[in-house]
Design a protein around this ligand. Structure first.
Ligand SMILES: [Zn+2]
Length: 74
């Protein structure tokens, strides 16, 4: 079984358990375009691999930032 490494916490895990920010294209909002731009600023690309818990923390972080930016506009 091939091993992959999480870019954030550097934990090793099985390749089939890789998560990437491409998961976020299924969110209704923020839009995927917004997400890509958000992660680009963090130095994260569509092909970077993460474990499930790190991806979840990025999910929360991006949602929070998105909500904050909506509030500032309103
Ligand atoms: Zn991780």
């Amino acid at each position: 079984m091939k091993k992959a490494q999480c870019k954030k916490c550097l934990n090793k895990f099985h390749e089939k358990e890789i998560f990437t920010i491409q998961q976020f294209q299924y969110r209704e909002e923020p839009t995927y375009k917004w997400s890509l731009n958000f992660f680009k600023k963090l130095g994260i690309g569509e092909w970077d691999s993460f474990c499930e818990s790190c991806l979840k923390s990025y999910l929360k972080k991006s949602n929070d930032t998105w909500n904050e930016s909506k509030n500032t506009k309103a």
